[in-house]
Design a binder for this molecule. Structure first.
Ligand code: ZN
Length: 95
């Protein structure tokens, strides 16, 4: 949208700068995706998905608040809390 107090060059510059921001976000997302793929290719797990405790449903070995990694059949790690799961994801990407 062009307002009376700005010219089309300002608007085009803003659109261009916004597209650069999107490019940066996409590059970061692709880098994370590549990192996750590399971890799995090396036989590790980045724990990017998990199943939480549900009474009388799902995983009978989980207790309240616990989650089990479902990102890899080989992993199946149990986390004591959602925060512990988030911390494990962050740790996997940092290693
Ligand atoms: Zn895992």
């Amino acid at each position: 949208m062009i307002y009376p107090d700005e010219n089309s060059a300002d608007e085009l510059q803003a659109i261009y700068e916004a597209s650069l921001d999107v490019d940066m976000e996409m590059a970061e997302a692709c880098a994370v995706g590549d990192r996750i793929a590399a971890i799995h290719k090396a036989g590790g797990c980045a724990h990017m998905s998990a199943q939480g405790y549900r009474p009388n449903l799902g995983d009978p070995d989980l207790g309240p608040g616990q989650l089990r990694c479902t990102a890899s059949d080989a992993c199946q790690r149990v986390f004591p809390s959602q925060q512990a799961w988030y911390d494990a994801m962050d740790q996997a990407l940092e290693d």
